[in-house]
Design a protein. Structure first.
Length: 277
């Protein structure tokens, strides 16, 4: 059964791969990106099934206009893929106020406003599926990525609440949690804050140079990851989360087990602070 999809951030990486694979199998895609001309070649191969729209997800008015136009054009959109985002590397002292705002505006506010724009349409059509690109960084944290983690932990909390709010309308959502993948996101495309001398001697400082290199090769295969993202739409009920990559599984498992152990160690303290009957 063919589906209609709306995908943000399709110029490269997961968004571009997903768009190509969906078109190959006969689906219809509304692909949004800042520069639509980057997909004109692909559009010429799939006339009538690939629709392009210029979109900066930090522009809320534009988000609503693009979403409304897409639903009006296709009549129904079965799957929304909130994929647009990027990573910011730098300690909390190194990143600028402008960089902080841009990171959160793109990864958090942009994703939330996309959801707010599509919900009335999904309710009206009786349901739909949302895939939100998160990261293993939505469950674990590394030094030097505090603002990126802030954005991913925030969007995960948002979706934990959202799925409960919209379940009765037949709307489901899955948080996609990939580990490091061989996309441009994980190979030299991360935004780097200007380094401070005080942090050059700390153990994690070498990661800045590694992440900045185009030769950095993560373990994750983006083609295989996209295959599983598409496949999860056929799973009912929708999985709340989808971990992708052995590094994601290993690191998230350790983090969750550690947090649970800490919680159990504090059980007596937690119970002791209830008010007396």
């Amino acid at each position: 059964m063919s589906r209609n999809w709306l995908i943000t951030g399709t110029s490269s990486g997961f968004g571009r791969i997903m768009t190509e694979r969906l078109l190959e199998r006969g689906d219809t895609v509304v692909a949004t990106l800042r520069q639509p001309d980057r997909l004109h070649g692909l559009q010429s191969r799939y006339p009538g099934r690939l629709h392009l729209a210029a979109l900066d997800v930090t522009d809320t008015q534009q988000v609503r206009q693009v979403v409304d136009r897409a639903f009006a054009q296709l009549g129904r959109i079965d799957v929304i893929v909130s994929n647009a985002g990027y990573g910011l590397f730098g300690t909390v002292e190194e990143v600028s106020s402008a960089q902080i705002r841009q990171q959160l505006d793109t990864n958090v506010i942009g994703s939330i406003e996309l959801v707010r724009a599509v919900l009335p349409h999904l309710r009206a059509q009786g349901g739909g599926r949302i895939l939100q690109l998160s990261s293993m960084g939505g469950q674990v944290a590394f030094p030097g990525l505090s603002l990126y983690h802030a954005s991913k932990w925030a969007i995960e909390g948002f979706f934990e609440s959202l799925v409960q709010e919209v379940a009765s309308f037949g709307i489901e959502a899955t948080l996609i949690e990939p580990g490091a993948a061989r996309t441009q996101f994980g190979r030299g495309s991360m935004v780097m804050a200007a380094p401070l001398a005080a942090y050059q001697a700390v153990p994690f400082s070498a990661r800045r140079a590694v992440l900045a290199r185009d030769s950095y090769t993560p373990i994750g295969d983006p083609e295989k990851m996209v295959h599983e993202m598409i496949a999860c739409v056929d799973v009912t009920p929708a999985p709340r989360r989808l971990a992708l990559g052995s590094d994601a599984y290993r690191l998230m498992h350790a983090a969750l087990a550690g947090r649970l152990a800490q919680l159990e160690a504090q059980k007596d303290i937690a119970l002791s602070t209830d008010a007396s009957p």
